[in-house]
Ligand binder design. Structure first.
Ligand SMILES: Nc1nc2c(ncn2[C@@H]2O[C@H](COP(=O)(O)OP(=O)(O)OP(=O)(O)O)[C@@H](O)[C@H]2O)c(=O)[nH]1
Ligand SMILES: [Mg+2]
Length: 357
């Protein structure tokens, strides 16, 4: 299960985004620091392909993948409102979604954030770097002392020192080149700047230059981070509609399946996660595994018995199930393959595990 924290400056639309993603109704307000306690919720990872496969299989139930969300109080650079307690919560997350305000609205004061997403991205990135720098500077001193007494501890101390140096130059750890052993050496510190970030530019509903905003933010954040432009207010409104009306709204605005789906899918990608599916009359189910997982590992996600007793897997891309009009039809058409336990699962595979226990 992946955990994503939503952070950002005051009054930028963090809770609005949280509500849009979870369908919950946490309190939002037009004044800064309206969120004082974290909100927790679950976001559905919507996937069109799963819905279509469920349709052709006439599945009674559809189970989408999910993402655990945490909406935190505002960060304010240089202030102590975003306390050690919230930093601790952040360290437990697999990824961060940083909301940057670009919308202008006289009714929603922007004194703390402004409406330039680039300035906010730089300020927040620095804030995260400083939080890590503090922790690593202290650990580095302690580790150096320990290493003088115990030679076996030298490689770990060197890794921590190298990280502390990078942070001291103002750079996030994910910009460094790290050996696995180095990452292990400071894993217990749970550095914030090693976590993948999704930068969410909250633009006005009628903002038309989303491409420009996207590129501007992308130039100041670490390579590999995802930047998504959306309107949290619009997405929250859309999330309250029933699916047909929502689709109509999105289509009317030329938004395809909506910005939220794109954001969540991008988060999955940056986390190195992929989906595979099981489909049938009872249920159509999306499962999450790390990119690179074997068929046997994937089987274990469904049930430990399937992993233990794994014999082989029947596999085909979900598109071929949809196109053929169902799993049985895809099989009859010869598009289902047999794979062994070491097969590397591909994003979008439909899998039937043959097993015996
Ligand atoms: N016009 C406009 N208003 C928005 C948008 N997103 C949020 N708002 C409004 O901005 C105000 C603040 O939104 P919140 O979601 O509470 O912002 P927040 O970042 O959680 O605020 P704090 O928790 O106080 O830091 C609310 O009045 C929202 O309705 C948007 O995309 N456009
Ligand atoms: Mg809030």
């Amino acid at each position: 299960m992946a955990h994503l924290a939503i952070i950002g400056l005051p009054n930028v639309g963090k809770t609005t985004l949280f509500n849009a993603l979870t369908g919950l109704a946490a309190r939002t307000a037009a004044h800064p620091f309206s969120t004082t306690e974290p909100n927790v919720g679950v976001a559905k990872v919507s996937d069109d392909r799963l819905d279509r496969a469920a349709e052709v299989e006439k599945s009674a139930k559809v189970v989408h993948a999910t993402l655990d969300l945490l909406d935190l109080p505002a960060m304010a650079p240089g202030s102590s409102t975003f306390g050690a307690q919230h930093l601790g919560r952040l360290r437990e997350m697999e990824a961060l979604a940083v909301v940057l305000r670009a919308f202008e609205d006289d009714a929603v004061p922007d004194a703390e954030s402004g409406v330039d997403p680039v300035t906010q991205a730089e300020a927040l990135l620095l804030e995260l770097v400083l939080a890590d720098a503090d922790v690593f500077a202290r650990r580095s001193q302690k580790a150096a002392k320990e290493a003088t007494a115990d030679a076996a501890k030298r490689p770990a101390a060197a890794a921590v020192a190298k990280a502390a140096e990078l942070l001291a130059t103002g750079r996030p750890l994910r910009e460094g080149a790290w050996e696995e052993s180095e990452l292990v050496a400071f894993r217990d510190l749970a550095p914030l700047t090693i976590k993948p970030c999704v930068w969410v530019v909250n633009a006005g509903e009628d903002d038309t230059d989303s491409g420009d905003l996207q590129r501007a933010v992308a130039t100041v954040v670490p390579a590999g981070d995802v930047v998504v432009v959306l309107s949290a207010a619009l997405e929250e409104e859309a999330s309250r509609l029933d699916p047909a009306d929502r689709l109509e709204l999105y289509e009317g605005l030329g938004l395809g399946e909506g910005a939220l789906a794109r954001m969540v899918q991008a988060t999955y990608r940056t986390l190195g996660l992929i989906s595979f599916f099981t489909v049938g009359p009872k249920e159509a189910h999306a499962w999450t595994v790390r990119d690179g997982a074997s068929a046997r590992e994937a089987a274990g996600k469904i049930h430990t018995d399937l992993e233990r007793g794994f014999i082989r897997a029947e596999v085909t891309p979900i598109e071929s199930v949809i196109d053929a009009g169902g799993w049985d039809a895809a099989k009859a058409a010869g598009s289902v393959r047999l794979e062994g336990k070491d097969y590397t699962v591909a994003e979008g595979d439909v899998i039937v595990v043959r097993f015996s226990v």
